[in-house]
Design a protein around this ligand. Structure first.
Ligand SMILES: NC(=O)c1ccc[n+]([C@@H]2O[C@H](COP(=O)([O-])OP(=O)(O)OC[C@H]3O[C@@H](n4cnc5c(N)ncnc54)[C@H](OP(=O)(O)O)[C@@H]3O)[C@@H](O)[C@H]2O)c1
Length: 307
């Protein structure tokens, strides 16, 4: 099968397409998926650059790719939820940039009806991340005010939609075409982070979800009401600032188990959650796809399609 791998950390130049054997079922709960589309995520790039060496060391050669959509072509003896021929999405953690991937059935879900494989490969990590930040940790409630930093990004766009569906008042920061996208996804108010300073605009936000990190994070403390929460999926927020502004602040690692994705999948069924695919590349263009994501201004998910 064709797979995308690299043998050493570095720029996208280290990425190569190789021909390797189709993996075989190892454990009784494994399924083998013929991959039709794979999501490209910022973490794929952070791992490749070697930024995650401590937190997430990988064995070389390494095949990236944490989420896919495809068709089950073989199952282990203990698999109870799926059959050969099922169309599914899978949260694979690694090895998704390939024609076939093995994954435990607990990280597999039926592909939502009406979504293409490309759309289906775009939703898992986004929904899992949004659900974890807004509800599991953020405890967001109907009527509360939430600010999503990066509300037109892959994770941020999902947060806008889940927060809106839960009855929150949603403020999203974005730039360029992302402003219109965030509005279309349901944001009640959109702020152009390149031309407006959010620090002076709000002081009564219940929950801030930071999907951008960087120096801009400091200003996010200032929009919260006392007792509010700042949750980041990029960098752990300063506890000193949290004390100073009398708010809670923390880093969230997303839970992408099938259970956490359930709310978002229900919203897809009722048309309240849209998959947002920014650009589709061929599997062999994985380096180009990662560079496209690195460049910014992406607005939605970057996808690799597998013929
Ligand atoms: N902790 C976890 O479990 C977890 C899970 C998923 C993702 N993540 C991380 O979360 C981050 C976002 O992931 P993603 O897939 O959503 O990436 P993405 O699609 O590239 O989205 C990032 C968004 O942030 C916006 N942005 C950049 N600088 C900004 C600023 N100063 N103010 C406001 N918005 C700004 C970008 O807007 P423009 O470029 O259009 O201006 C873009 O829309 C990545 O670092 C990823 O690794 C963590």
């Amino acid at each position: 099968m064709k797979a995308i791998q690299y043998r050493t950390y570095g720029s996208s130049d280290v990425i190569e397409e190789v021909e390797i054997s189709i993996p075989s079922i190892q454990k009784e709960n494994d399924v083998l998926i013929q991959v039709k589309a794979a999501g490209v995520n910022p973490i794929d790039i952070k791992i490749r650059m070697g930024f995650m060496k401590e937190a997430r060391p990988v064995e070389m050669p390494f095949i990236p790719g944490g989420e896919t959509a495809g068709i089950i072509v073989a199952i282990g003896n203990g698999v109870s939820k799926f059959q050969v021929g099922d169309q599914v999405i899978a949260l694979t953690k690694t090895n998704g940039y390939a024609e076939y991937v093995i994954v435990d059935e607990d990280f597999v879900l039926p592909k939502p009806q009406g979504l293409s494989f490309e759309q289906a490969a775009s939703i898992g990590i986004n929904i899992g991340t949004a659900q974890s930040v807004l509800f599991t940790v953020g405890q967001l409630e109907k009527g509360q005010k939430v600010l999503i930093q990066g509300g037109a990004g892959a994770a941020g766009g999902a947060m806008v939609q889940l927060a809106k569906a839960a009855g929150a008042y949603v403020i999203a920061t974005a730039s360029g075409k992302g402003l219109e996208l965030a509005k279309n996804l349901g944001a009640d108010q959109v702020i152009d982070y390149k031309s407006q300073d959010i620090a002076g605009l709000f002081n009564d936000v219940d929950l801030v979800a930071d999907t951008a990190g960087g120096q801009a994070q400091e200003k996010l403390f200032r929009v919260l009401k006392p007792g509010g929460k700042l949750l980041s999926i990029v960098v752990p927020p300063s506890q000193q600032l949290a004390e100073q502004y009398k708010v809670k602040a923390g880093f969230v690692v997303s839970d992408i188990s099938a259970k956490t994705l359930q709310n978002g999948l229900e919203l897809i069924k009722t048309g309240k959650f849209k998959s947002v695919v920014s650009k589709i590349f061929k599997l062999g263009e994985a380096a180009k796809a990662q560079d496209f994501l690195t460049a910014g201004g992406v607005n939605g998910k970057v996808i690799l399609t597998v013929d």
